[in-house]
Design a binder for this molecule. Structure first.
Ligand code: GDD
Ligand code: MG
Length: 360
């Protein structure tokens, strides 16, 4: 079986991290976010994953070189010359997706995290004889998503992308099983699957919704990314407890890469991930934050609700809080207070940022 992951889009809402790598390659729980998806696809019997890309092809090729073999799946790229939206890439990759066998394939937005119930979704799709099956979940604020109205059998009555008025609270979770016939509905041009394809499949009564059991989050913006971290770690606690750190220095759910070193007298957690090669000093306090590969946090610093990009350094006795996002290789000097600072890659911060601000 095949799968296509939509890995284009500029990921502007996740800047400055996406100034270094495209959004699908931003680390989530210590590996590029699409690795979690590819692993789940493989477990469901997918043997070939097509990455639909529209910029930075060389970065994506580097990813395939580094991860392709490790993940044990054939990964290929389908490259657009202009952004083709969320449906156009399927038309472009038609020759790769439709091998004439009539078998369905998976399509995924690259920025959604959940327990990826691929196999159950496929069974549901086949049992309903659907043309398209979308994964749906319930959220408090549906306005920033695609909203679906479904009947008790799971048939989608309406699909409304980013509704201006309340339609319902069940939303498109960004993962689909599609029959090859859906490709006949898509023209080779920039076009949206949510606005120009699904409403028609729904009108033909061939669009079905599989309700996700378990957590879900679109991690395409910093606050949601940190919420997604909390939910994913909660799930690890239930299903792979041994993957989480334990001991007197940890509280709640904490993921620490094996090559990271942690000083003495720290208090780490809840909801923290610490990447490969990180060096955490003595007396450091970390909570609800992501510390990516190669970061140094010097003695007695405190980081809360923030994302620290690759290879950055936090000086001693510093305090970061309120959704700071540091890009790659940011150097924060000692004894500084950063409140909601968004810092572009390769910057040196020598002064406090007392209120939320973008540091260019
Ligand atoms: N190849 C390619 N080309 N991919 C693209 C392009 C493009 O031109 N534009 C966007 N993408 C990819 C993004 O990388 C992402 O993986 C996916 O398409 C969806 O784009 P987002 O920009 O993340 O959309 P969204 O979050 O506003 O809304 C979508 O996701 C929601 C769930 O998270 C929609 O599918 C909504 O209906 C859905 O509820
Ligand atoms: Mg998104």
């Amino acid at each position: 079986m095949k799968a296509l992951i939509l890995v284009g889009g500029y990921g502007t809402r996740l800047r400055p991290l996406t100034l270094t790598v495209p959004k699908p390659l931003v680390d989530f729980c210590n590996k590029p976010m699409i690795c979690h998806q590819i692993e789940a696809l493989k477990a469901a019997g997918v043997t070939e994953v097509i990455l639909a890309i529209n910029y930075q092809p060389e970065v994506m090729m580097g990813f395939i070189k580094e991860w392709g073999e490790r993940l044990g799946v054939k990964i290929t790229c389908s490259q657009e010359n202009e952004p083709m939206g969320t449906a156009g890439p399927l038309a472009l990759a038609r020759h790769l997706l439709d091998d004439g066998s009539g078998k369905p394939f998976f399509v995924l937005n690259s920025d959604v995290v959940c327990p990826y119930p691929m196999k159950d979704m496929l069974d549901f799709h086949l049992a309903r004889e659907a043309e398209a099956t979308i994964l749906v979940t319930k959220v408090d604020d549906p306005s920033k998503y695609g909203v679906v109205v479904i009947d008790e059998y799971g048939q989608v009555q309406r699909f409304v992308e980013k509704p201006k008025e309340f339609v319902g609270d069940k939303i498109n979770a960004g993962i689909y099983v599609l029959a090859p016939s859906v490709l006949d509905r898509i023209e080779l041009r920039p076009t949206s699957i949510e606005r120009e394809v699904f409403p028609h499949v729904a009108a033909d009564k061939k669009l079905f919704a599989f309700t996700l059991p378990g957590y879900w989050m679109d991690v395409g913006q910093p606050k949601d990314y940190l919420k997604g971290l909390t939910l994913h770690l909660d799930n690890l606690r239930i299903h792979s407890r041994a993957a989480l750190a334990s001991g007197p220095d940890y509280t709640g759910n904490v993921l620490v890469a094996p090559s990271a070193t942690i000083g003495s007298g720290c208090l780490i957690g809840p909801d923290v991930s610490i990447g490969e090669g990180c060096v955490i000093g003595n007396g450091v306090r970390l909570s609800n934050c992501v510390v990516m590969k190669g970061v140094k946090v010097k003695d007695h610093s405190k980081v809360d609700k923030s994302i620290i990009g690759w290879d950055s350094t936090i000086g001693a006795w510093s305090r970061l809080e309120n959704h700071c996002v540091l890009g790659e290789d940011v150097q924060v000097k000692d004894e500084l207070y950063l409140n909601g600072a968004v810092v572009l890659p390769h910057k040196e911060i020598k002064e406090a940022v007392p209120s939320p601000n973008i540091i260019l």
